[in-house]
Design a protein around this ligand. Structure first.
Ligand code: NAP
Length: 237
C-alpha cells in the first residue's frame, strides 16, 4: 500500500459516526493503519471511553493489533444545549468526562508509544467553541476550551520527543450530532450557513482532510496550534 500516511498506525475514537468515521476513512485511504473505537457503530473496539481503564485497554489492543502506535485522533464527543439555570451537575460532568477527561486519558496512555516513535502525532477535535462561548453551551464550550489548552500543553511537553499536538476546531458540520438541532431550529442552520463566507455547513470530509494533513509529514513543524475549519465563520465579525 502507498500513500502519504503509509507506515502510520493510528487510533481514531468516535469512529462509529460523523467526523470520526470520516477521519478513519481518510487516514485509511491515505495509507495508514487505523484502529477504531466508539461506544456504537462498526468499529474495532466498542466501549464507553469514560469508563475507568478503558483507554489503557484501548491502547494495548491497538498496539497489539497494529504492532505499534504513532498517531492518536480522539473524535468521540457529546453536545447538547442546556441553559445555565437548572443545569444539573451530572450532565455538566458527563460532557467534561467525554470531551476532556477521556481525551486526556487516551493521550496519556498513548504517550510512551508516540515518544518512542520519534514523530508521533496527536490531533484533538476542539470546536470553534474552543474560542468563543454561546447561550446554552456552558458545558460544551468549557470542555472545548479545555481541550485546546490541553493540546497546547501537550505540544509543549512532548515537542522535544518529536511529537506534534494540534487541535482542529470545526465550525458547524452536518453530522448526527447536529442533525436534531438543525431539524428543530432551521434558523440555526441558516445562521451558520450565512455566517460562513463559504455559505454552507461543513461536511465531515472537510474536517477529515485537515486531520490527515496534520498527521502527515507535511505538517511536521505545525504544533501547539488550534485551527478553525469553519468556512471562514470565525474570521468574520
Ligand atoms: P457524532 O456524529 O455524534 O459522533 C460522535 C461519536 O462519539 C458518536 O458515535 C458517539 O456515540 C461517540 N461517543 C460519545 N460518547 C462516547 C463515549 N463516552 N465513548 C465512546 N464514544 C462516544 O458527532 P460529530 O459531529 O461527528 O462530532 C465528533 C467530534 O467533533 C466531537 O468531539 C464534537 O464535539 C466535535 N465537533 C463537532 C461539530 C459539529 O458541528 N458536528 C463542531 C465542532 C466540533 P453516541 O452517538 O452513541 O453518543
Amino acid at each position: 500500500m502507498s500513500g502519504r500516511l503509509h507506515g502510520r498506525r493510528a487510533i481514531v475514537t468516535g469512529a462509529g459516526s460523523g467526523i470520526g468515521a470520516a477521519v478513519a476513512a481518510k487516514l485509511l485511504a491515505d495509507g495508514a493503519e487505523v484502529f477504531t473505537a466508539d461506544v456504537q457503530g462498526d468499529v474495532d473496539f466498542t466501549a464507553d471511553l469514560t469508563r475507568d481503564a478503558v483507554n489503557t485497554r484501548l491502547v494495548a489492543e491497538a498496539v497489539e493489533a497494529m504492532g505499534g502506535l504513532d498517531t492518536v485522533v480522539p473524535c468521540a464527543g457529546v453536545s447538547a444545549f442546556h441553559p445555565l439555570e437548572g443545569h444539573d451537575d451530572a450532565y455538566f460532568l458527563r460532557v467534561l468526562d467525554v470531551n476532556l477527561i477521556a481525551v486526556f486519558r487516551l493521550v496519556r496512555e498513548a504517550t510512551p508509544h508516540l515518544k518512542a516513535h520519534g514523530a508521533g502525532r496527536i490531533v484533538t477535535i476542539g470546536s470553534t467553541t474552543s474560542s468563543y462561548g454561546d447561550e446554552g453551551l456552558c458545558a460544551y464550550a468549557a470542555s472545548k476550551h479545555a481541550v485546546l489548552g490541553f493540546t497546547k500543553s501537550v505540544a509543549a511537553e512532548l515537542g522535544p520527543f518529536g511529537v506534534t499536538a494540534t487541535c482542529v476546531q470545526p465550525g458547524a458540520i452536518a453530522t448526527p450530532m447536529t442533525a436534531p438541532a438543525f431539524e428543530q431550529m432551521p434558523e440555526y442552520q441558516t445562521f451558520w450557513e450565512n455566517k460562513a463566507p463559504l455559505r454552507r455547513l461543513g461536511r465531515p470530509e472537510d474536517i477529515a482532510d485537515v486531520v490527515a494533513f496534520l498527521c502527515s509529514k507535511a505538517a511536521r513543524f505545525v504544533s501547539g496550534h488550534g485551527l478553525w475549519v469553519d468556512g471562514g465563520a470565525m474570521g468574520r465579525h
